[in-house]
Ligand binder design. Structure first.
Ligand code: FE2
Ligand code: FE2
Length: 456
């Protein structure tokens, strides 16, 4: 993932979405997983720090009671009879404004009271299921990673600084870049910055119960996967960063500040330390990056820059391979625990896929992420329609419509998820026609030396 543009579409979807649906889900546990019994793994005993518990209890204290059992702390979820399912609301599909989000992140970093949201929401039964997948992960996931000796490197796509032709090659690169407009560079920078926040994504994977890399060099298949995936992803930000530096078209200092802010802010994908939720999220995001890098490749080709097109296309191919791996994990979970996985899929879509760069900030603009998303939408690099198409793709990929024998709640979740893509498409179409009638809006981006770029 190192999840590129991811967010672009969301601004548009979010801005128009007013529809919400209410689903009666009697007895659904508040962890959204609907696992029965609703005892959920709270915190492994060795991690039972006061801070974590304080944060945990601050979240849903009214709905849970806490008790110790067999060395583990268990919190029992109360049931919620009414779940308000915001299908595609502004607050779920995309955050309401990067500036506000960033301010919230700053408040957190200054020690203001923190709401951790739900954490460790996977049930003990589900933890056992995940643990049973260890050898499957070794046999199925690890072969999808490429041996380093056969992997591409950023240097393969950029001028070689040790070569005599370096200056000439850079001159050629810059000449090609002159043919490319600022709006494309805004999107490419946003994609690059998102890739560069890779430490955040590795951290996210290592929050997941049952699959995290426990030591930092764990020999488990999950540990190997996470580290090697990160190592593959690391080339994406490196390559784009180096290209942008050489292009001479962007304000690298402003770009670098944005990266530093973003890594410092992190992200909150609302995956609750829960691999069911986490791998639905990564499945979605890997496809989102596959689409957005594929589109930046297509545009670069249209501008006549085949070398940049090849670089973006190569990154897109990595994202596709990663998507295959993450969707295989969720497919396996569907096989082992259809009800729990159905509810996890529903839960993530109900909450909306939070974009990984949603806390983007450059020290100046309070609306940077929204503006970047708007430009990506206008250029067709990542759009509301893409968001719907990803969901549609995953529904098909996991054969969600045909999963038999689901429990009442999971059956309702199945119905909701299957109908959601067409609802998003309708909303996107409405947004598009509204956008066409809107007054033209522009924003200045520090990334391109504060030049104005059209947003809609
Ligand atoms: Fe990826
Ligand atoms: Fe990536």
């Amino acid at each position: 993932m190192a999840m590129a543009t991811k967010g672009a579409a969301a601004a548009v979807v979010g801005s128009v979405a007013t529809a919400s649906c209410r689903m009666q889900l009697g007895g659904w546990s508040s962890n959204g997983m609907g696992s029965r019994p609703s005892a959920t793994l709270c915190v492994p005993s060795r991690l039972r720090t006061e801070v974590l518990l304080r944060g945990l209890m601050a979240t849903d204290v009214a709905a849970h009671d806490f008790r110790s059992k067999a060395g583990r702390r268990i919190h029992r979820c109360g049931s919620i009879n009414l779940v308000r399912a915001e299908a595609v609301s502004a607050s779920t599909v995309v955050p309401a404004g990067a500036g506000a989000q960033h301010a919230a992140a700053l408040r957190k970093s200054r020690g203001a009271p923190v709401d951790l949201g739900k954490t460790h929401s996977m049930s003990l039964e589900q933890l056992e299921i995940v643990k049973s997948m260890d050898s499957w992960a070794g046999e199925t996931l690890l072969p999808l990673l490429k041996p380093i000796e056969r992997s591409w490197q950023p240097s393969d796509y950029l001028p070689d600084s040790s070569s005599e032709s370096f200056y000439e090659d850079v001159r050629e690169l810059r000449k090609r870049a002159l043919e490319i407009p600022d709006d494309y560079f805004v999107v490419l920078v946003g994609d690059m910055i998102t890739e560069e926040a890779l430490p955040t994504y590795q951290t996210m994977l290592n929050t997941l119960d049952g699959t995290r890399d426990e030591t930092g060099a764990s020999p488990t298949p999950w540990g190997k996967w996470t580290r090697t995936w990160t190592a593959e992803e690391n080339r994406h930000g490196d390559a784009l960063n180096r290209y942008l530096y050489l292009s001479g078209r962007v304000n690298m200092r402003a770009v670098e500040k944005t990266i530093q802010y973003l890594i410092g802010s992190g992200m909150d994908p609302k995956t609750e330390n829960n691999p069911y939720l986490g791998f639905v999220y990564t499945s979605f995001q890997e496809r989102a990056t596959f689409i957005s890098h594929g589109n930046t490749a297509r545009h670069a080709k249209e501008y006549g820059d085949m070398k940049l097109a090849n670089l973006c296309g190569t990154i897109a191919a990595d994202e596709r391979r990663h998507e295959i791996a993450y969707t295989l994990i969720v497919e396996k979970l569907f096989e082992l625990d259809p009800n729990g996985t159905m509810l996890a899929f529903y839960d993530m879509m109900k909450k909306g896929i939070t974009m990984p760069a949603h806390l983007m900030y450059d020290g100046e603009s309070q609306t940077l992420f929204d503006d970047f998303s708007a430009v990506a939408q206008r250029l067709g690099v990542y759009t509301a329609a893409d968001y719907a198409s990803i969901l549609q793709h995953l529904v098909k990929r996991w054969k969600v419509e045909n999963i038999p024998g689901l429990s009442g709640e999971a059956a309702k979740a199945q119905d909701f998820v299957c109908k959601l893509p067409s609802r998003i498409v309708r909303l996107a179409e409405r947004a598009e026609s509204k956008r066409a009638k809107d007054e033209l809006k522009t924003a200045r981006f520090s990334w391109v030396h504060n030049r104005e770029v059209l947003l809609n």
